[in-house]
Design a protein around this ligand. Sequence first.
Ligand SMILES: *[C@@H]1O[C@H](CO)[C@@H](O)[C@H](O)[C@H]1NC(C)=O
Ligand SMILES: *[C@@H]1O[C@H](CO)[C@@H](O)[C@H](O)[C@H]1NC(C)=O
Ligand SMILES: *[C@@H]1O[C@H](CO)[C@@H](O)[C@H](O)[C@H]1NC(C)=O
Ligand SMILES: *[C@@H]1O[C@H](CO)[C@@H](O)[C@H](O)[C@H]1NC(C)=O
Ligand SMILES: *[C@@H]1O[C@H](CO)[C@@H](O)[C@H](O)[C@H]1NC(C)=O
Ligand SMILES: *[C@@H]1O[C@H](CO)[C@@H](O)[C@H](O)[C@H]1NC(C)=O
Length: 763
Amino acid sequence: MGFSVSWSWFAALSCLLSMGGEVWCQCTEDNMQITGGHYTLTRKLERGSMLVYNCPEGYYPYPVLTRLCQPNGTWKPAPKKFAPERCRIIECPDPSVLQYGNVSPPQEKYFVHNATTYECYSGYTLRGSSRRVCLPNGKWSGSTPICSRDTGANCADPGIPPGASRAGNSFEIDDTVKYSCIGNLFLVGSSDRVCQENGQWTGKEPACYYKHTYDTPMEVAEAFGGSIKDTLTTLDSANDTQEGRTIRISKNGTLNMYIAVDISESIEEAHIKEATKAVSKLITKISSFSVTPNYDIVFFSSELLKIVSITDFMTGNAVLSDVKSQLENFKVVERDTAGTDLNLVFKNFLEQMALIKQQVGVEGFKEHRHVIIIFTDGAYNMGGSPAPTLAKIKNMVYMNHTSEEDAQSRLDYLDVYVFAVGADVFDNDLQPLTVPAGSTDRHFFRMKDITNLQETFDEIIDENEVKGLCGLHRDYDLYNTKESQRKMYPWYAFINVKGGTNCLGSLVTPRFILTAAHCFKFGDLPEDVKVEIDDGQGIVKKVKNFTLHPDYNVNAKADKGVKEFYDYDVALIQLEEDVQISTAVRPICIPCTQETSDALQLVGKSTCQQQEQLLLKNHLENLNFLTKAVQLVKKKDVYAKLGDNRDSCIAHALEAKGITTKDPKVAVTENFFCTGGRSPFRDHISCPGDSGGAVFKNYEHRTIQLGIVSWGTHDLCKSGDLKESIENSRDFHINLFRVSSFLKSVLGNDNQDEFAPLTFLSD
Ligand SMILES: *[C@@H]1O[C@H](CO)[C@@H](O)[C@H](O)[C@H]1NC(C)=O
Ligand SMILES: *[C@@H]1O[C@H](CO)[C@@H](O)[C@H](O)[C@H]1NC(C)=O
Ligand SMILES: *[C@@H]1O[C@H](CO)[C@@H](O)[C@H](O)[C@H]1NC(C)=O
Ligand SMILES: *[C@@H]1O[C@H](CO)[C@@H](O)[C@H](O)[C@H]1NC(C)=O
Ligand SMILES: *[C@@H]1O[C@H](CO)[C@@H](O)[C@H](O)[C@H]1NC(C)=O
Ligand SMILES: *[C@@H]1O[C@H](CO)[C@@H](O)[C@H](O)[C@H]1NC(C)=O
């Protein structure tokens, strides 16, 4: 038998004697192929490697999603001749569980892209979607259709989700309905719901998932975001402004966040990098909410790797930026132990809580809230079930109320979220670990992989509640399209004034664009000004009015040897209507406003000077501005020469055309930043068309505008684009800290009811 001979020969070749003397073998790729798809190996054919099958969209690997290479060179599970691996079409759970109505077309099975329509029997009315389509993640679009008629019951018919069956047909106060999923589907959400006095059912509508059903990043963002935000913010909804509600810091109580990331070998190696990025993103996002939680972050397999400990936070020995750099520098080392000990993670968190309690006392501990977030593939195989440890955690936080019912008033103080990530998750073990159990907010998520987790966490903050926050942006661009790039620079606007001047501008409130005064000529009218900003409501915006700085006068120093004098080169354009704020269109922060103090996390009463000290503390300050390129914009990199560096920088102003004075300070007043040149760094230089654009700086996750591109000594480019400075070329930008009273006079004007004013600091 030729086959078996060659097999044993190959197996012999790939068995190695390890240092310790034991024999271990490599796995082989024989019989591993998948019809209709392909596979990847996490560690080639070495032991511990995971083989992950991939199928095109709309399909999933069957009968298994992954196989693991065991030390003796065999795969687990082993491939089976009678059930060859193949890509199967995605199926959605059976929708014909609908009561009192018809589902068409009637089918035995429903596959991806199949559409269904729902009609109720006469006398019954439909709630939910009348048409649903089976989506590639194994879920139906829209919401569960329910046919019901008014029976005078206290609660409305809660319906039956696709793939489920329900016990309980009475909907009066305290009646319970119980759900289960048909066949091999498993239930996500509340299996028991109780009709309450207020006419609402407890918990959340359950859903039936196949092994191939996943939550999309959007779904996770919406559900997790909605839930976590309640923890991170208290909304000041009494003062509804046009900008939407403003977020306030939650004043009382301390928030402790415990994050655990599974890095056991059962989670793909490449994904660990993504996981660290995602955790870093999550904590950055949380910090932009102006809350400052204490963190406990661990990576785990059969052992714990501590990134940061909550007690270090409490004693002030850890700060957020350290955590982020530790996460970035985290390297996966070769691990010998392949297990997953989730119980160890919970034990660690329990210990941390006990330490907090010891430090702050029982009374103080009452004010502490705890949020636990676990990312895992769920295959915990060591340390036993974490459930008893979780019970101790609940007991501690709930102050010895043993059940959640008894602990109603304490429920807000503990949340446990579980993200089941990866190809093969063991969901049934994981769901019971979420807290609170019957929450109306989702605490359990099932994600295909961790790669789009970063994006997920970005979506979280892009909801309505944060519309008013200035300077929020994304710090990466996955797609390099106009739309995706706007999310990095959501404030920019193109400005054209009839007669030829092209400028850039920045959105500083939904109603105002900040730009340079020299973009306008004497006698220009609002209708001559074209503002372009693509907010999905028409690109060209109607201009109501524009206002130049009252001290701007280009001829003011013509007799002092400065032909064109650009001091106070600042203007504000008022639009007819607010632009539509979104991820891609959002104001930048400007100095001396309360909004910017919030962005900089200056707590309590802060000053303009404090902001300046924070943002311009170095004598060489790295700043950026944009330039228009084909279709997109590009970012220029410059260094503002401040303090001791300033004089030699502005000296080059004398080389500009039209300047005959011997004193550069006549042309370049204290109101300008100076950038350009080649030392110590080679700066970019401004081009025509860059004028009026924001000179900005990123601080944590927010962008602050510090200046406006005004004028330069040398014209090195015909139009926009990236251009490097020569030795003696210089650019000068209006320093917004020096013109804040003008900004305040227009943007802070609260004696009108046309637009929502910004809040300027009093000094
Ligand atoms: C390889 O090891 C696994 C688990 O250690 C065991 O179940 C299996 O029987 C072994 N296979 C062979 C061919 O030795
Ligand atoms: C449902 O999807 C399957 C697989 O794509 C297809 O063969 C079938 O025609 C579809 N049925 C309907 C009614 O569209
Ligand atoms: C709402 O705004 C008004 C005016 O700015 C202020 O007097 C009032 O205290 C605010 N209300 C709340 C609840 O913050
Ligand atoms: C916050 O403080 C208020 C008043 O001091 C108190 O009524 C409330 O219960 C506290 N909330 C939390 C979450 O501690
Ligand atoms: C809870 O019970 C433990 C042990 O029985 C006890 O030490 C602790 O003081 C109790 N805590 C409260 C808040 O009653
Ligand atoms: C334009 O703005 C200026 C300065 O704010 C103001 O004096 C003037 O009345 C405005 N014009 C119109 C038409 O609103």
